[in-house]
Design a protein around this ligand. Structure first.
Ligand code: WT7
Length: 637
């Protein structure tokens, strides 16, 4: 695949950026023409941010998997599409060429159809990081079903909430997943989730760990049996479903300020065009490059930068099943060397956890193959940035600090590796097509440089979310109602004297813990379900590795006799209700919470105390009972 839209100099970036603002439709039209469409669009864009109603490449017809697979067959059939490194170091790795992946996706698409899946059906995928996960996703896209991948760290309750919200009748899962020393029983968790979901018709189970699993007659089938049936029929070529540009491709749930996660909906054409554009430009991908993204596919980073954008570019995606520190802290460097990875894309939290092991894990590792290294998910502190630069990039690889969100699907703010300048801690500049705006609390635009405000985007880009599943009003309220005619990101942001952007963190009640988004209200709801809990308030506090840790203030009916036991019990409840990713790091039992006369919890005060402030926590004059503040400070952990 050629990339006539690849930007190779700072001047070219400026030209592209200017054009994208002056003539956005022409700009995206030219880029979209580089893809494979069954039928060209009639119109590039229709939009308003009021409702919102956003459509890109109207009436264009395509199947994204033909862009991921079919179009590469002539030239790249024998090139690896996916290279897979298993969790265990003694297990054989797997290399799946474009030709092989195409045929596996075709087979599994038949399996889905044989089991009754139709265009528009929602399919929940709950699997570990194995190649079959990518096969499952692509097969869904091939038949026009909407996948909803759920990260393995979510509990049965969370899965069941998501299944109900999406009314998903099909599930693809594994018996278990390997992660480090653990064997995680995925099918067991699915079985628990399904107690509340009688509408689920079919569960397809891939055997990865050979853990014993219950298989319910008439509902549960083995992946291998189903594929064998298809192979025996020797089915002809599977004709991919023709999708409209605006047909949904997937739903991905994410936390917001309310207690209930929302299903962010992305559609087909715009997602493909923007994410591929961002991949080729940010990472300066060159044909033949091996791209190693350490994210889990259960998050947007994995959807886009392990799977869709990489395959649409004809790239080789290196996928790793396990943990960066398993069996030792040199594992990522071993993997980079073993596969000669050219791009490494990881999260600040992973970098910080590896920093703690010092430089010994680098001994005997070369890392010479690396050309561009990236980070995503949370602000990167300067210390971690320099460590990454020195020990991983060896000061010869540009670091791309890429800012985006589940809702944006692709990177919106980032330097372009080696092409535009980097600055530690800064996502730097918008990609062409992206028009960032800083606004104050009143919604007034803050112009000029060396200013801070809330980050909004003024104009749609092709991969902006279209709705939140089943509840369009929620989408409007969440993203498009705070400021007129702007998409509100929920992030605070600083623009420096050169116009470079630095994300300062969420300004809503969402915590970014190890690069995962967790709503404080969700954690509070879970804690409040614990017996004896009257009320709770959750805030973030600075954490050396996780970025933010979860600090919970909890009021019990009566103070616990053994605090340690009650703490452990509450953590268990949160793990059951949401999943291990939402476990509070600290729980402080308090007698009261700082509330205003209207009953609103003043989190600013709780944050200060959680951060370790023992003195002045700011103005407490509007509090109903200022004495609770001293009380909480006195009991601080
Ligand atoms: C939130 C989105 C983007 C994929 C992973 C997380 C934070 C993301 C950066 C960055 C500072 C960042 C923001 C954003 N964030 N990238 N480079 N620098 N903060 O996706 O779960 O949708 O979370 O992650 O706060 O709003 P997500």
């Amino acid at each position: 695949m050629d990339f006539p839209f690849q930007i190779r100099s700072y001047e070219a970036y400026e030209v592209a950026y200017k054009k994208s603002v002056a003539e956005p439709e022409q700009f995206w039209n030219d880029i979209a023409e580089q893809f494979l469409w069954r039928k060209k669009w009639d119109k590039v864009l229709e939009w308003n941010f009021k409702q919102p109603d956003i459509k890109w490449f109207l009436n264009g017809k395509l199947n994204i998997t033909e862009n991921c697979l079919d179009r590469h067959l002539a030239a790249l059939s024998d090139q690896p599409a996916i290279m897979w490194e298993p969790n265990g170091i003694t297990e054989a790795n797997r290399v799946i060429t474009y030709g092989e992946l195409h045929s596996k996706v075709r087979q599994f698409a038949h399996v889905l159809r044989n089991n009754g899946v139709k265009k528009g059906d929602r399919i929940c995928i709950y699997m570990g990081m194995i190649p079959e996960l990518t096969i499952a996703m692509l097969a869904c896209a091939r038949v026009g079903a909407i996948h909803s991948v759920i990260f393995g760290g979510f509990s049965a309750q969370s899965i069941s909430d998501r299944l109900q919200d999406a009314n998903a009748e099909f599930i693809i899962t594994c018996d278990g997943a390997y992660r480090g020393a653990k064997d995680i029983p995925l099918k067991d968790t699915i079985d628990d989730a399904l107690v509340n979901c009688p509408f689920v018709k079919c569960v397809i189970v891939y055997q990865r760990t050979n853990t014993p699993v219950s298989m319910i007659k008439g509902r549960d089938v083995w992946w291998s049996d189903e594929v064998a049936k298809v192979a025996a029929q020797d089915d002809p070529e599977f004709i991919a479903e023709e999708m409209d540009s605006e047909d949904p491709l997937f739903i991905l749930y994410t936390s917001g300020s309310t207690g209930k996660p929302k299903g962010v909906v992305h559609t087909t054409g715009g997602y493909m065009v923007y994410t591929t554009y961002s991949f080729v430009n940010v990472f300066q991908y060159k044909p033949g490059d091996i791209h190693f993204c350490t994210a889990d596919i259960g998050w947007i980073t994995g959807h886009t930068y392990i799977l869709y954008a990489v395959l649409c570019s004809g790239g080789t995606s290196l996928m790793y099943e396990g943990l960066p520190t398993w069996p030792d802290a040199g594992r990522l460097w071993d993997i980079v060397d073993k596969y000669k990875a050219n791009i490494l894309y990881t999260a600040p939290t992973a970098i910080r956890s590896l920093m703690a092991y010092g430089t010994a894990p680098f001994e005997g590792k070369s890392l010479d193959s690396l050309k561009v290294i990236g980070t995503v998910g949370e602000p990167i502190n300067e210390e971690a940035w320099h460590w990454y630069d020195e020990h991983v990039g060896k000061k010869r690889c540009p670091i791309v600090d890429t800012w985006f969100q589940t809702e944006t699907a692709g990177i919106l703010l980032s330097n372009l590796g080696g092409v535009t300048p980097s600055k530690p801690g800064y996502a730097t500049l918008p990609l062409p097509g992206i028009q960032p705006v800083l606004v104050d609390e009143q919604g007034k635009e803050i112009t000029g440089n060396d200013v801070s405000g809330n980050l909004c985007i003024r104009f749609p880009w092709p991969s902006i979310l279209r709705t939140t599943y089943g509840d369009h009003e929620r989408c409007r309220l969440n993203y498009f109602s705070s400021y007129d005619d702007m998409y509100f990101t929920g992030d605070g942001c600083y623009r420096d004297e050169h116009g470079f952007y630095r994300i300062t963190g969420r300004v809503d009640d969402v915590l970014n813990v190890s690069g995962h988004r967790i709503g404080t209200a969700e954690v509070e709801n879970a804690i409040n379900m614990h017996t004896g809990v009257l009320e709770s308030a959750v805030v973030g506090y600075p954490h050396d590795v996780k970025g933010l840790g979860i600090y919970a203030y909890v009021i019990m009916e009566k103070m616990p006799e053994d605090e340690a036991i009650t703490r452990a019990d509450i953590i268990q409840t949160v793990t059951r209700i949401i999943g291990p990713i939402a476990r509070p790091d600290k729980i402080q039992f308090v007698k009261g919470l700082p509330k205003t006369r209207s009953g609103k919890i003043m989190r600013r005060i709780l944050r200060k105390i959680a951060e370790g402030e023992t003195g002045n926590v700011g103005d407490t004059s509007t509090l109903l009972d200022p004495a609770v503040v001293e009380d909480i400070k006195g009991g601080k952990l």
